[in-house]
Design a protein around this ligand. Structure first.
Ligand code: HEC
Length: 177
């Protein structure tokens, strides 16, 4: 009987503890970080659609992009984009359907616009988001040039980039269920 009474007392104490904890307004989750402010959101909210929607002002050529590539990208992606500790970006000898495929921008990426988005968002790997829009246009142009998709002096900007047709654009199949 004493045992039952004790158990009841413990249960009641736990219920009361629960009520007082609820009253102290518990937020869910591990309580880490701080809420994102307007600047945090606007500095990341820059997605670019395949049709080029969202591309910023600015412009660059492959010729200008070569200098940026040689300063900020070559250490990992190699001379001419042939690869190193980072991915091979150009110059595939083997295609995706070969036994030992080499996946590059030229034989894989479906859109030049989303290549711009990726570089602006993620590159250089150790300082992502540090390039200006014109620098991203220029280095994107250089990578397209290395893949023999555009000429070296073509101005790449919000108007011209969406018109670049990537060789593998039709290699992606849309499956709608
Ligand atoms: C410190 C090494 C490093 C540097 C510097 C670097 N990258 Fe990368 N990059 C990588 C690695 C590793 C990957 C593969 C993993 C990933 O996607 O993040 C990659 C992936 C990429 C891809 C995607 C390849 C694909 O087809 O999936 C592109 C494009 C690219 N880098 C461009 C650049 C450009 C442009 C610069 C210079 C502005 C640069 N990278 C600088 C290491 C680096």
């Amino acid at each position: 009987m004493t045992l039952i009474r004790n158990n009841l007392a413990i249960t009641a104490a736990l219920i009361l503890a629960g009520i007082s904890l609820n009253a102290a307004e518990i937020r869910p989750g591990p309580q880490l970080g701080t809420p994102a402010g307007a600047h945090d959101i606007s500095s990341r909210d820059w997605g670019i659609m395949p049709d080029g929607a969202g591309l910023p002002a600015g412009s660059g050529t492959a010729k200008q992009g070569r200098k940026i590539y040689e300063k900020l990208c070559i250490s990992c992606h190699g001379d001419g984009g042939l690869g190193g500790s980072g991915d091979q970006l150009a110059g595939a000898q083997m295609q995706l359907t070969d036994e030992w495929p080499e996946k590059t921008i030229g034989n894989y990426w479906p859109y030049a616009t989303t290549l711009f988005d990726f570089i602006r968002r993620a590159k250089p790997m150790l300082q992502p988001g540090s390039l200006t829009a014109s620098e991203v246009y220029a280095v994107t142009a250089y990578l397209l040039y290395l893949n023999e998709i555009i000429p070296e002096n073509q101005q790449i900007n919000a108007a011209t980039l969406p018109t670049v047709k990537m060789p593998n654009q039709d290699g992606f199949i849309l499956i709608l269920e």
